[in-house]
Design a binder for this molecule. Sequence first.
Ligand code: ADP
Ligand code: MG
Length: 452
Amino acid sequence: MDLKDIWQSVLNDIELNISRASFITWFKNSSLIKKDGSTVVVACHNSFTKEWLENKYHKLILKSLRNTNTEIKAVEYIVRVDVKPQIKNTPTKITISPESIPLELGGYAVDKETGLNLKYSFENFVVGSNNEVAYAAAQASGENPGTAYNPLFVYGGVGLGKTHLLHALGNAIKNRFPKKKIKYTTAEKFLSDIVSSLRTKTIAELKDKFKNLDALLIDDIQFIAGAEKTQQELFHIFNALYSHNKQIAFASDRPPKAIASIEERLRSRFEGGMTADIGLPDLETRIAILKAKAQRENTLLNEKIIETIAKQVQKNIRELEGAFNRISAYIKVKGKEPTQKEVESLLSDISRSSTKTMTPKQLLKAVVDFYDLTEETILKKSRSQELVRPRQVAMYLMRETLKMSFPNIGEKLGGKDHTTVIHACEKIEKELVFDTQLAQEINSIKEKIFAE
Ligand code: ADP
Ligand code: MG
């Protein structure tokens, strides 16, 4: 038996003993590269896999090896990126949407100083009955910052265009008044800036910076719930800006009234200007959004396909765009439009995932199952790499799929600090761009979550 055959037989054996997802994840890129007397060498394509095979699957591997050749007594694991994997095709889909690529890694053109993403403008925002009030208010604020509507508070469900509107507002002010100092930030970033400046005793400078702005735009403001110190600082910054007629705008997933644990005085500030909600887009608006996107990207799609996409994805424009991207990728690869049946199958999991509700507990279970761990071990305070990464993945997924707040995620993972959670989510998000193995793990878990 040559090395290849030995390893194939080992793989066949192992495949029967562990879950399909784990098998693909941990064994797909491994191979047997050497046999020296009673010792064999297994090559793994990264160090994480190496550790994993060593620590978790060594016994199984050795046993399977000895089934093929009783002479084998020891296994060495090494990292080799250049080794060809033995398993060729994998059923696991890797889908990294451009939205999930962190801005600082070049996902989109973001202005460093203002934090504004140049791709979002009023021009490419499709107006429908669901968002016309919010749109008009934002546009008026862009024309007369600080005096038209102040503060502007936009709220609505996930993926309905709040962030887009905030950036469009900032970009409009910037275009009209190039000298004005504008800052777009998120509540989480704001919170972590405040916290770290308190630590380094630079809070005064940070506050000065904010108070000198001409426009301050804070996204996902609901995430300052429970953060008392941050709320206090925001209150003072708000008052300073407001009293000088500087534009302030917030986006939130819920109206001010529904944000639990924020100071009353801050809530009344939020409510003190213009609040506008963004509702679900009707079919006509969804079709218009798809057509605009098709035109921008020079993708030819017939009416029927556009309508099918628009009918399938109803509640989230980000998902609507995701569906579009899938179809457009199909066209690029195959060089032809998909048939109606193919469109339906390409989109079959999208509507399911958008309506799916899942509890943090179920999600955590999916993660620990995938990594062959138990809930107890993952909640332990251990820092071993074997646990750290699954824990970070769990945090990331809670954030990404369940939109939970950082403190809430920390709590669900055995009382971790919210800064630990922020760090974990950022880390995974960054690594996802380069680490296809990680992307695959996460997609396998997601598939499992949504398949149930
Ligand atoms: P939210 O902040 O409400 O979760 P986003 O602003 O991030 O949602 O919007 C999600 C995606 O949908 C973005 O790519 C955005 O450009 C797009 N989008 C949302 N609303 C519209 C609209 N009315 N016209 C065009 N694109 C839109
Ligand atoms: Mg948003």
